[in-house]
Design a binder for this molecule. Structure first.
Ligand SMILES: Nc1ncnc2c1ncn2[C@@H]1O[C@H](COP(=O)(O)OP(=O)(O)OP(=O)(O)O)[C@@H](O)[C@H]1O
Ligand SMILES: [Mg+2]
Length: 439
């Protein structure tokens, strides 16, 4: 409960957390030391010093015992006042009784007053009129005596010095530690950036640095990235090699079939053509999602270009809502291919298609909707798999696809660090396919 509540106030970035980890103990320590210092040392010290003054007053009183007038009282005290660095005088009998005056921040003054009030016989008041002076009033047999002495005989000189020094050095140390800490954190940040960029299909140059553990994670990442890149390359090479090498014998086969009797050759020719179409799709797939380098692309322009191309072919493809202007880092060819694939599905399985773009601070969404039968939620997972064609009864006469279209789109979306989401179009009733990419 408490930690859940606390969590929302804890900063998210590593730097801020590190700063917090550095600052909190230092501040806590300083608070603790300050409190203990004031409470114990300062209070004890003041109490002890006050006790000394009390003993001196006891001595003075003893000397003046039996005096019958203020003048006599003072004359008896005189030999002692100079060595004790005190001055004394009697208040006139008609003077108003003096009041204790303490400013708010007077911590040790309060301790002095409390101790004297408790223990000094005839105590009237204490005053700290200026920086260095201390006035004590107490009753004697012959009137109220005012005793003036140096304040530093009672309280520690400049006790806040320690606290100021501590805060200053605490701050200085924290700043220095943070500078060092930041150097330790930078490699982690670099690694995070490189990993994020790779997830979005970009290759940032990165070399492991920093503490051992970070280095280990860094080189593991570099190895992993190299392996994945190698695998993608191999897949592409293999698929395109196979498709390419199969083309030549297929062409020969087609030529051979052309010489045979037409009726017999006809079904075989169709098979060969289908195989050729398959190979084309293969090649397309193998070219992969990562062709070309990412560059700033205006997604609205991209959508407009795709829609216009389809309209020129006489298809009912229109532009939907375009919201948010700006550019996004995309591989333009690949992204265009993804959109083409979605629109080609839309006009194959439906009759009308609509393309819309929503660009926000955080993400880009390209949506293609149609008025076809859609894909039931339970089959959406299958539909995006390579070579998956759904329930042939649904789209018998629509020409047979290879089943790679949505797989290619998914691939391209992933290579941009995004996903393909299938749903049902509210406006047109058919499939709604979203390519969603984080920025
Ligand atoms: N807009 C859509 N409306 C209804 N069903 C769709 C739609 N798009 C795809 N499907 C279904 O999902 C299956 C897979 O689509 P995908 O694009 O991957 O392959 P394809 O269109 O059959 O072949 P290809 O695109 O490779 O020529 C399709 O066979 C079809 O059944
Ligand atoms: Mg398709």
């Amino acid at each position: 409960m408490f930690f859940q509540w606390l969590k929302q106030y804890v900063p998210r970035s590593l730097y801020a957390r590190a700063a917090l980890i550095l600052v909190v103990p230092v501040v806590a320590l300083q608070l603790l030391v300050t409190i203990v210092f004031i409470k114990r040392d300062l209070e004890d010290l003041t109490t002890q010093m006050t006790a000394t003054i009390q003993r001196e007053i006891a001595l003075l009183r003893q000397q003046a015992r039996g005096a019958r007038s203020p003048e006599e009282y003072l004359s008896r005290l005189t030999p002692y006042l100079a060595p004790l660095t005190m001055q004394a005088r009697f208040l006139p009998p008609d003077a108003p009784p003096p009041q204790t005056a303490l400013s708010l921040n007077e911590f040790s003054g309060r301790v002095v007053r409390e101790k004297l009030q408790r223990e000094l016989e005839g105590f009237v008041a204490v005053q700290f009129p200026e920086d260095r002076a201390f006035l004590l009033y107490f009753d004697t047999e012959v009137g109220t005596l005012e005793l003036a002495l140096d304040r530093r005989r009672l309280t520690a000189a400049a006790p806040h010095q320690l606290i100021v020094t501590m805060v200053f050095f605490g701050f200085l140390m924290t700043v220095i530690s943070f500078v060092y800490m930041r150097n330790q954190l930078r490699p982690i940040k670099k690694l995070a950036d490189a990993a994020q960029a790779f997830g979005r299909g970009r290759h940032l140059s990165y070399s492991p640095r920093g503490a051992t553990e970070v280095r280990v994670a860094g080189s593991a990442f570099v190895d992993m990235r190299a392996r994945i890149e190698r695998q993608i390359e191999q897949r592409t090479l293999m698929l395109s090699g196979v498709s390419h090498d199969l083309r030549t014998p297929l062409t020969r086969l087609k030529l051979g079939l052309a010489m045979i009797d037409e009726d017999e050759a006809e079904p075989m020719l169709r098979d060969v053509e289908e195989m050729q179409a398959l190979l084309d799709a293969f090649l397309d797939f193998s070219r992969g999602a990562s062709t070309g380098e990412p560059e700033p692309v205006d997604p609205q322009q991209l959508a407009i270009a795709v829609v216009e191309a389809w309209q020129r072919q006489g298809k009912d493809v229109m532009l939907g809502e375009l919201s948010g202007a700006g550019t996004v880092l995309l591989r333009p060819q690949a992204m265009r291919r993804a959109l083409e694939n979605l629109v080609s599905n839309a006009v194959r399985y439906g009759t009308r298609a609509r393309v819309s773009v929503a660009l926000t601070e955080k993400s880009l969404r390209l949506r293609v909707e149609d008025d076809g039968p859609g894909i039931p939620a339970s089959q959406r997972g299958d539909a995006v798999r390579p070579f998956a064609r759904l329930d042939p009864a649904r789209n018998q006469d629509l020409g047979s696809g290879v089943g790679l279209g949505l797989a290619i789109v998914t691939d391209i979306a992933r290579a941009h660090g995004g996903t393909l989401r299938l749903g049902q179009s509210e406006a047109l009733g058919g499939l709604s396919a979203d390519i969603v990419i984080g920025r």
